[in-house]
Design a protein around this ligand. Structure first.
Ligand code: C2E
Ligand code: MG
Ligand code: MG
Ligand code: MG
Length: 280
């Protein structure tokens, strides 16, 4: 059995930790290779009204590893952040977004208000060059900031209030839109919610998932979020709609846009273009 420098056996925890560390280092070098080999792409999931009007879509990063298969963002985003690779990934997603928007525009499939949501982690949000980095890419593609919806989570609100507001304000003054992802699962201080320049709340999918024909106990919470948003002049997205039941339960409740497997799964840019043109 391995001994540490004090002559004691490594604890079970330390061994586990070393294994994890080994896996992470492997993943880190894999991510670097993946970036060079174009294994990482953005997928797109539509956001529509109950009437079926396509309003926007959300970009969701995908990694198709040559031997490990599909690796989900929940696994590699935290590692990319830890190793300073997140900006490279963000740029890939952003470029894919820009190419999609230009393609949709050239096919005359979108109006002025169509936007694409980009997920921004807490780590990315506090970066000094967030704005300049995003702007430099979208400018390259001649895309106005109003086409980009920045999805942040409530965790941002537990950070320094002044700094968070300032960061949001500089982005909003450029024309970017803010959406609060996974709303209702964090600990938003409701009294300060209205001080942030937020356009949209996304009701977390756990509330939607809990809705079935027999069980509507999640409905009061959902209705409360809808009221809150409407009182603060924000629009509401319900994410994670998987069934007709959930669709029906949310209809006429004041939700503006819906997203989920029931409407469409996240798709490659190519498939999204086909879906979009067939559904508009
Ligand atoms: P999120 O932003 O809350 O994205 C919604 C997640 O729900 C996505 O998982 C999506 O594929 C999944 N989803 C969509 N419709 C349904 C449904 O009807 N039922 C269920 N059960 N799930 C549904 P995904 O793509 O695995 O992404 C997970 C998380 O990873 C995202 O959560 C987001 O926080 C993060 N993420 C994804 N792409 C990016 C990115 O480009 N940058 C950053 N920083 N984070 C990203
Ligand atoms: Mg999101
Ligand atoms: Mg979410
Ligand atoms: Mg999330």
């Amino acid at each position: 059995k391995a001994k540490n420098k004090n002559g004691n056996s490594y604890s079970f925890f330390e061994e586990q930790f070393q294994t994890l560390l080994g896996k992470q280092t492997e993943l880190e070098s894999d991510i670097i290779k993946a970036i060079d080999n174009d294994e990482i792409v953005a997928y797109f999931q539509p956001q529509i009204t109950f009437d079926g009007n396509i309003k926007s879509c959300e970009a969701l990063i995908r990694w198709f590893h040559p031997t490990k298969g599909l690796i989900t963002p929940d696994i590699f985003i935290p590692i990319a952040e830890q190793f300073g690779l997140i900006q490279k990934l963000q740029n890939i997603v952003l470029k894919d977004i820009c190419m999609l928007i230009n393609k949709l525009a050239s096919l005359n499939l979108i109006n002025e208000t169509y936007s694409v949501a980009l997920n921004i982690s807490q780590y990315q949000f506090v970066a000094d060059n967030l704005k300049s980095n995003i702007l430099s890419i979208i400018n390259e593609f001649h895309i106005p900031p109003s086409r980009i919806k920045l999805e942040i989570t409530e965790s941002m609100f537990s950070q320094d209030l002044g700094q968070t507001i300032q960061q949001m304000q500089t982005l909003v003054s450029e024309g970017f839109i803010f959406s609060i992802d996974d709303f209702g699962t964090g600990y938003s201080c409701l009294s300060t919610l209205q001080t942030y320049p937020i356009s949209e709340l996304k009701i977390d999918k756990t509330f939607v998932n809990n809705l079935t024909q027999k069980n509507i106990t999640a409905l009061p919470i959902i209705e409360t979020i809808i009221n809150l948003a409407s009182n603060l002049n924000m629009s509401v997205v319900a994410e994670g709609i998987e069934t007709k039941e959930q669709f029906e339960a949310l209809k006429d409740k004041g939700v503006d846009t819906i997203q989920g497997y029931y409407i469409a799964k996240p798709m490659s840019a190519e498939d999204y273009l086909i879906w979009h043109s067939q559904n508009s």
